[in-house]
Structures are given as structure tokens and as C-alpha cells.
Design a protein around this ligand. Structure first.
Ligand SMILES: Nc1ncnc2c1ncn2[C@@H]1O[C@H](COP(=O)(O)OP(=O)(O)OP(=O)(O)O)[C@@H](O)[C@H]1O
Length: 238
């Protein structure tokens, strides 16, 4: 799988949020970093097909999102920053099985695959649990399991680990390390990008660096620490 972004521009509510973002992403693990409001979530949504760019083209696996949206969407899964925006079913098993039936699997088969995904994370006992009764972190894990169960070619994740405890995070990172899908992950934590192949650094809607983690992350961290040392918070707002 690959994600091809050419000269992407996005304007939201009259404000330019992304400008001239171009990158051909063929690497297995791609991280997106940048300050609050730099456009990371917007870019993740463009890649996942939730936002059509105002200019430029986005292709997934060679398919132009604007021309064949259905085919492009079939190969990409998005894990939202806020799980409450993603969960729609009353029970955990239904939530995971739904996507699988949408892919054409029979209900019994979908439920068996959903149960297998739960077991994979030692959460088999969650099957009948009410989704609204889960904690935020548990909901986040549920969303991850639901998307991963569909085996998308590209998984786009927006701060997927923020609510997870350390053992669950480690378990999930190990799992992600082993899946065949291309992973595109937005995070504020460079520590989560160990082992990644490529990092995109966004600032004020533009790509300011694009390269291997060893090159991009030390510069990013140094810049963030420099800005963090400023006492005047007004200097930090855009
Ligand atoms: N629906 C919207 N309408 C108007 N402006 C928006 C909308 N969504 C995002 N923006 C603006 O676009 C800019 C980029 O937002 P985005 O959520 O992509 O940033 P981000 O890098 O993901 O931030 P964070 O790290 O805080 O999650 C921000 O200035 C934000 O206010």
C-alpha cells in the first residue's frame, strides 16, 4: 500500500489549514508530528478520505480518492482521536462485528472474527459489555480492535495511545509492529515513533521536515523544548 499526496491544500471555515503538502508515502510506518493546531488531524482526515482537499490530489494504493472514493475508502481505516466519535453500537462485539459485515462477511462469521480479535488482546470477556460503560482508554482500545479486525491496507491513527495504560500501550505497539498494514500515526510523543521509517513534521499547515526519525525527531524535540522554555504563552499561540 502507499499514500500519495500531491500539493494538498485545505481551507476550513475560511482559514487555510494545510498548504502545499506533498509526500509519497510507501514506508510501512509513518509518523506525523507538529504543534497543536499545525494541521496533523486535518492531514490524517484527508488521508482517510473524511475531508476532500480543496486543492491537490490524495491517492491510496494508486486510487484517486476524488475519482473513486468507495474503492479508496475500502483500503483505509481511521482511528479517531476521540473514541466517542467512532463508537455507535450498544455492545462491544456488535461494534467490532459491524465493520466486518459491511465488508460482506456473514453475521456468524463476523462475530467469530470479532471474538478472535478480543481474545487476541485478552479481552474476550468484553464481548457482551455495554460500550457506554467502558472507560475512555477501554473505548480507545475497542476502536483500535474494530479497525484492525477489518485488516485495512492503511491504518491512520490520531493519538491512539493517549488514554491507554502502559501494559495495553506496549501490547498494542507490539501488535502494530507485526501487522502487514501501512501505519500512519499522529502523535505528540516522539517515544511512540521508535522503529518508524519516516516522519512528517507539520508546522502551520506546511511540511517543514520529512525524513527518517533519526534526522527529523532530534530537530523537532529541540525546537519544541526551545518553545517550551518561553515564559510568555502568547508566543506559543498562532
Ligand atoms: N472544522 C474546522 N473548522 C474550522 N477550523 C478548523 C476545523 N478543524 C480544524 N480547524 C483548524 O485547523 C487548524 C489545524 O487543526 P488540526 O486539528 O488539524 O491540528 P492538529 O495539529 O491535529 O492539532 P492538535 O495537536 O491540537 O490535535 C487549527 O487551527 C484548527 O483550529
Amino acid at each position: 500500500m502507499s499514500v500519495d499526496l500531491r500539493d494538498i491544500g485545505v481551507t476550513l471555515a475560511g482559514r487555510s489549514v494545510l498548504q502545499g503538502v506533498s509526500a509519497h508515502l510507501a514506508e510501512g510506518r509513518v509518523g506525523i508530528v507538529g504543534r497543536n493546531g499545525s494541521g496533523k488531524t486535518t492531514l490524517a482526515r484527508v488521508i482517510a478520505g473524511l475531508i476532500a482537499p480543496d486543492s491537490g490530489t490524495a491517492r491510496i494504493g494508486g486510487i484517486d480518492m476524488a475519482r473513486n472514493r468507495r474503492a479508496a475508502l475500502a483500503s483505509v481505516g481511521l482511528i479517531f482521536q476521540n473514541p466517542d466519535h467512532q463508537i455507535i453500537f450498544p455492545t462491544v462485539l456488535e461494534e467490532i462485528a459491524f465493520g466486518l459485515t459491511q465488508q460482506g462477511r456473514r453475521p456468524g462469521e463476523a462475530e467469530a472474527a470479532a471474538q478472535a480479535m478480543l481474545d487476541r488482546f485478552s479481552k474476550g470477556h468484553w464481548a457482551g459489555a455495554a460500550t457506554h460503560s467502558l472507560s475512555q482508554g477501554q473505548k480507545q482500545l475497542l476502536c483500535l480492535m474494530a479497525v484492525l479486525a477489518m485488516r485495512p491496507g492503511v491504518v491512520v491513527m490520531d493519538e491512539p495511545f493517549s488514554g491507554l495504560d502502559i501494559p495495553t500501550r506496549m501490547q498494542l505497539m507490539r501488535y502494530l509492529g507485526g501487522i502487514a498494514a501501512q501505519v500512519v500515526m499522529v502523535t505528540h510523543d516522539p517515544g511512540q515513533l521508535r522503529g518508524f521509517d519516516r516522519i512528517l513534521w507539520l508546522d502551520q499547515g506546511q511540511l517543514v521536515a520529512d525524513g527518517p526519525p533519526g534526522e527529523v525527531l532530534p530537530r523537532f524535540e529541540a525546537q519544541m523544548l526551545d518553545w517550551g522554555r518561553l515564559d510568555d504563552l502568547a508566543d506559543l499561540t498562532d
